[in-house]
Design a protein around this ligand. Sequence first.
Ligand SMILES: [Zn+2]
Length: 157
Amino acid sequence: MLFTPHVLAGAAVGAVAASLGLPAVFGIAVVSHVILDQIPHTDNVLLENPGSDTYSKDDFISVSTEVIVGILILIYFLFISSNPVPLLIGAIGGVAIDLIDNVPFWKGIRKWPVFKQLHQFHDFFDGAVKKRGKIIGIMTQFLIIVVSVVILMKSLS
Ligand SMILES: [Zn+2]
């Protein structure tokens, strides 16, 4: 799943579960990642083709753009929230598994103990829509983004 739905769903977890404390927020946000990955979704080109080392400049630009959009929306909510720390911890928990397991610059760690098992676990729950551009895989993620933003808005009002 893309970065933006994970980061915003994690922040929404932070908003809803803030009273449980930061470790709980982080843990629930990590679980949210595993659950969301099971929903049919379209992945970005780097995740679709993890074995390839021949990513084009355009691939990196499209992926970076999506990541930057997610970060900017998160920063917006951090700024307008009166209690931003749980949102930030939730957001980090929401993307933690991808940050460890899905960044091409350090995908070599997948061969290491623990990280290898994490990768297998991550793969096992992956509901990625394998065909490129499948509209359903975009719609599900758009929906997750909208629901997360609504939860964040409501928690702030
Ligand atoms: Zn994932």
